[in-house]
Design a binder for this molecule. Sequence first.
Ligand code: ZN
Length: 244
Amino acid sequence: MAKIRVTIWNEFDHEINNERAKANYPEGIHECLAKALKADDLEIATAWLEKDEEHGLSQEVLANTDVLLWWGHGRHGDVRDDVAARVAARVQQGMGFIALHSAHHSKPFRLLMGSPCDVRWRENDDKCVVWNVNAGHPITQGVPLYFFLEKEEMYGEYFSIPTPDELIFISWFEGGNAFRSGCTFTRGIGKIFYFQPGHEMYPSYHNKDVQKVIANAIRWARPAPERDFQAGAKMAPVVEKAGK
Ligand code: ZN
């Protein structure tokens, strides 16, 4: 079977400008994930906000991406609207999309959800328990029934997303909040997974269970081999604007 072409996109701002984030991810979250996810069946590339004028997400890059991972937080507004629309259109055409942590407020995720995707949040060193509530799902294979993150940013309900296709994880936080921390969606013929752990101030992407979930999600979200990647092109609702 052909390798899965993965592009890991990261805003890559906190790890340059914030000492705590830099200590957790000296080479950036994208490089941490690229190393952790390295496997024979994956062809991994990285891109970031300031990589080039199109944030490293040209038409050509997206046309050659099977699954796109997205991490962003403070600079969602700096992502070009036409690039965000291009990403959403590719998902409609079959590209898998994995929205990590604060990517809940990213332009592509909000376009795909069609809702504000707001959450309650608190950065207070909350201990977190991630509960696997879908043990038969491909994304949870090899993942225990629950695992702990000693410190994670609290994300709590209400999470203003459309009702997910499937609920994969629910997280409990020490302060008492609960959150739908792992959710799947389908848009067009593309598969989408949202996964909450990954605040830049904590080392969550070094956690083996978190890595396993993301690795599983990539394989789950890949376009089916027999799927015509262009099949959904005509139903993409997002019309790309000319360059900004
Ligand atoms: Zn965060």
